[in-house]
Design a protein around this ligand. Structure first.
Ligand SMILES: [Zn+2]
Length: 329
């Protein structure tokens, strides 16, 4: 029994540009961290073999005996069947129906759990971050796109077709801009970083004065990172403040619908945009949500920033793997 507390799991965040692997202790402490490049052009077999090599390297660097490694959890950017571990589609990786669990289990000789990255990130925040001890929680991650995860009665909620949590595609404005999914006015089309940048670029083209034009030309406006926009926002640049406030208001409208529907006790806001704009952004979202909810669905609800940053997915995937493979004893 004493041995059990020493058992470790590996968490992996497989992204479109990098792979992050870490050995995770029971208390969420990350013992060794390995980073590798995701070579999307090289195809899925190469990505899987880089991932396996990163896991092995992390195990070696942690100096934990391999016999103490219980399982591996992987967060991937796309919908997954958590039973089979098949990634149905992952546009960032150019994947379709890749049997990640099967391939990795063969290569690593360890049990592998595969989960959607935003779901894993939400679990990470719930087990080790902003949502520790909370029973019902919704995670919303605002970056290039917008994703979400639902924790209901302490467990990740997958839904009928394992596709729950697509908060980025809740329709906020039926006459709004076209979304990547084909619909109009999704939250993602109105409040993601891409949406903010699109709005800023359009204003600059129309001749609006902004601090950002000094930094970037109209041409490379689309490549502007969250931190550059955040600097302009926090520095009080009028156009940027207006555009970001508008995006935050849309996010708050989405949060209001979530609160009215699910009445969770906490909403965790994470992702690059939230990280860059900080507590001011969270306050704007909460204000917009408060105006559109029933007193009873808003009162006492905590709308808070995520705490784990880039480690959320890795920690959540590790947690899910631990929970699944411990139960089998
Ligand atoms: Zn959409």
């Amino acid at each position: 029994m004493a041995r059990k507390s020493e058992d470790y799991v590996v968490g992996v965040d497989l992204g479109g540009t990098k792979i992050l692997a870490g050995i995770v202790a029971r208390d969420g402490k990350i013992l060794a961290r390995v980073k590798a490049k995701t070579e999307v052009e090289a195809g899925y077999r190469r990505i899987i073999s880089t991932l396996a090599a990163s896991v092995n390297r992390a195990v070696t660097e942690s100096k934990i005996p391999r016999a103490h490694i219980r399982a591996v959890g992987v967060g991937v950017p796309g919908p997954v069947d958590p039973e089979t571990g098949v990634v149905k589609v992952a546009p960032n990786l150019r994947w379709k129906n890749v049997p990640v669990k099967k391939l990795l289990e063969k290569s690593l000789a360890l049990p592998v759990l595969v989960e959607n990255d935003v779901n894993a990130g939400t679990v990470g925040e719930h087990r080790f971050g902003a949502g520790v001890g909370v029973k019902n929680l919704v995670g919303i991650f605002v970056g290039t796109g917008i994703g979400g995860g639902l924790i209901i009665n302490g467990s990740l909620y997958h839904g009928f077709s394992k596709a729950a949590g697509e908060v980025g595609h809740m329709i906020i404005d039926v006459n709004g801009p076209r979304c990547g999914c084909g619909n109009k006015g999704c939250l993602e089309a109105l409040a993601s970083r891409s949406a903010i940048v699109r709005k800023l670029a359009a204003a600059v083209r129309k001749g609006s004065k902004t601090a950002l034009t000094a930094i970037v030309s109209d041409k490379n406006m689309r490549q502007v990172g969250s931190s550059v926009i955040a600097d302009a926002f926090l520095g009080g640049d009028k156009l940027t403040v207006k555009v970001v406030k508008r995006a935050a208001r849309y996010c708050g409208i989405g949060v209001a619908s979530i609160l009215n529907l699910l009445n969770p006790e906490m909403v965790v806001l994470g992702g690059g945009v939230v990280q860059a704009f900080g507590s001011e952004y969270v306050r704007l979202v909460a204000n917009a949500a408060r105006k559109r909810t029933f007193d009873v669905t808003f009162r006492g609800v905590r709308i808070v920033p995520a705490l784990l940053g880039d480690d959320a997915v890795l920690l959540g995937a590790a947690s899910l793997a631990r929970e699944k493979y411990e139960r089998r004893e």
